[in-house]
Design a protein around this ligand. Sequence first.
Ligand SMILES: [Zn+2]
Length: 437
Amino acid sequence: MAKTIDRLAPVFDTVIAGGRVIDPRNKLDAVCDIAIRKGRIAAVGHTLARGTAKVIDASGLVLTPGLIDTHAHVYEHVSGDFGLNPDIVGVRSGVTTVVDQGGPSALTFDGFRKFIVEKAKSRVLAFISAYLAGGLLGHRYVDLYGPSGINVKAIVKAARDNPDLVRGIKAHAEPGGYSRWGMASMKLAKQASRELKLPVYIHLGTLWPEAKKKPVDAAKIIDEVVPLLDAGDILAHPFTRFPSGFVAEDGSIHPLIKEVIAKGIRIDVGRGAHFSFKNAERVLAAGILPFTLGADLHGYNVRLKDGGRAYRGMFTGEGVDSLIAEDRASPFERPYSLHHAMTELVALGVPLVEVVRMATENAATMLGLEMEMGALSVGMPADISALRIVDGNWTLVDSDSETRKTRQLIHPDFAIRAGKLYRADSPLLPNIAAMAA
Ligand SMILES: [Zn+2]
């Protein structure tokens, strides 16, 4: 009898067995198996027939659709120390898709495709820079980012030439640029966005110093930016400790934020150096939940030796642990992966399933790719993330050095990208076992 069943059983290449599968899009949260065939999801269910398939034991792990980091900086080498290697942020950190926010530009997009996208094991997409210069050295030279450095025709052409990779346009609305040019750069970015029918992703919170003798009222920036935006556009860094975010210095939430939500404008956490627990608590308490997460890791905020350059060559052994010892700082005061942002939101009381939704279903929607990622639906590419919830007494630290305690740390275990397995061995990840000991 058993033989008959075996013969009729579907042939899978791999079965990931016995994990807790959380797939918000398919309303699934249960212990079950996921089967893969030819790089695609073949079945999800209880005790699938394994036949000759390779079995990966996932008991004790949480399995989700491949995590999508909506805010990454991975234009390595071209954007200077700023751009990280896509795979240390991606598959080697348990994340299957990374979205570069504004690294490549109309002038440098071909290099992005050839040297980053085609070489990476992770899936890499981009919000193209509004500026001809792109995100060189983290936008260090402010004069490159005024309206004279923007060419709408060039953005439109580059985006149309690369429709498989360009999912939107990156721009900024913050005091430094505003003090120089008002909303002029934003308006040009939005013009390209309307022509392309692609969203803009707007950085909030101080990036450049304000022009001398031209101090600005940061709250006015939101007043002026919100009317320019359409449903589907994205505001990033809502919890920033810097002016021009959602929360004013007196702790009040900007009165336009409710309108932001009503208009269908989306919110991305963009963790990076822009995370304040106090502000996050205020925004969440007002009933405002971000749509997506975004780790916003780059060579300047992972603080590896030598301003970020040293992460190159650190692919085995010497990693973030030696640096922690050197700085005598907690790894939890700076982002180390998308899981860090997930841990923080869970610590703030957002249910795990909702946090997973932000990094899967919602991120796919933001990218307009809900048919090919963000869920474990049969026929989709087999992008799967496995994570471990590590119990302990953890102290999380935000960008203002404020702390919060949590009992549960979300840590990556492995990722499967298009059916292929990658262990979470990124040098950016803290050594949880050593820290717990
Ligand atoms: Zn960023």
